[in-house]
Write a protein that binds this ligand. Sequence first.
Ligand SMILES: Cc1cc2nc3c(=O)[nH]c(=O)nc-3n(C[C@H](O)[C@H](O)[C@H](O)COP(=O)(O)OP(=O)(O)OC[C@H]3O[C@@H](n4cnc5c(N)ncnc54)[C@H](O)[C@@H]3O)c2cc1C
Length: 402
Amino acid sequence: MADFPPTRAAALDRLAAFAPRAGRDYAARRNLDLPGHADVSRLSPWLRHRLITEDEVLAEVLRHHSPQAADKFIAEVFWRTYWKGWLELRPAVWSQYWAGLEAALNRVQSEGGLRRDWADACAGRTGIDCFDHWAQELAATGYLHNHARMWFASIWIFTLRLPWELGADFFLRHLLDGDPASNTLSWRWVGGIQTPGKTYLARPDNIETFTAGRFRPAGLAAHAPPLAAPPAPGPRGLPAPDPFLPGPTQGLLLTEEDLAPDWLFDAGLTPVATATLLATDARSPLATAPQVIGWARAAMADCTTRHAGRLGPVTPTGTVDDIVTWAATAGLSEIVTPHIPTGPTARRLEGLDAALAGEGIAFTPITRPLDARAWPRATHGFFRFREAIPELLGQIRGWRLI
Ligand SMILES: Cc1cc2nc3c(=O)[nH]c(=O)nc-3n(C[C@H](O)[C@H](O)[C@H](O)COP(=O)(O)OP(=O)(O)OC[C@H]3O[C@@H](n4cnc5c(N)ncnc54)[C@H](O)[C@@H]3O)c2cc1C
């Protein structure tokens, strides 16, 4: 956690230091997994909780580089947007993952061999030195380089032959940037479920090259046959996003999904009261790592402290009932919240709109303009989505071509 102070100020410092290197340097060196990870931004914990937003990161990078020079970095940031949109269009895939995870955890209870192999993999005790190193690095720091995540997931699935859902869950419990869309869909991609038939095989020579000779594992699987899985449902139509309309008795609900309500204030939101809700413990049926829970809690505190003058009284809540009681007590007619995407927070808040409606209180999630434009484009693969990037970049406020 020392490398990722949970404040917006730290995110802005990291962005300022990294943006000059987000062009050709990043394109040339981003796949290297070296100690300290200086060749990548390591902005993901802040982006995931939106202590800093994708728009801000892209705008700052484009102050230093042309879109062509920063092409690789821009594409990576849009991978995040793409995965969010893809899952928003198919929320059933999150439910499928969760059901598969519960089934795998049941198997762990009854199959001693599986339980031992799973525990060894999570503890970094497999005897595969790189894999053990990454398991321990993840538990210690809450972060792994993208290439290490790919190799780790591939070895988990194809060499150790463990259920992929248990690996995705291990990541989600330990990553400071643990995200239901990027994580679930990346694990599905490695296993050949996301892009049917196309798997990712971790190769010893590739690991040796991109860890600068630190590792050359023996005994890795030489083949990566795609995992069997039901086909993904087709994309649903997203409802037209609600426009934000300021009103006199509005409250604000803040969750760990989006801690940047500034643009709502700019648009005229003046909440009479604010509630906070953290669902970090709901990222897994097992215990989420204390440092992940602590990070999200501190990030929320950073947000409410920075905006203290605009929030009204702030009330921590934990359940739908808490929120309904808070809203009724505060005399609210409407709760506004930055959109809560598919995942643990949305699951915790299932039934909230109906419960509020019963009290005559409106519930209005507001989708950010960039997400509203981008998500409906995530109907197919990334390469089709990518065609929209120039148009999406054009929408980002503050962007100037230099
Ligand atoms: C198996 C697996 C699991 C993953 N789980 C997560 C997760 O839970 N949360 C998460 O944020 N990312 C996840 N990723 C994507 C990626 O590994 C991380 O976003 C990235 O490593 C974060 O480090 P960075 O900020 O230094 O990235 P940079 O290379 O500096 O990229 C800048 C930003 O772009 C976004 N980004 C970069 N690469 C990707 C990618 N492949 N997919 C989606 N967004 C990307 C991130 O927001 C990142 O902060 C996963 C990838 C794999 C292969």
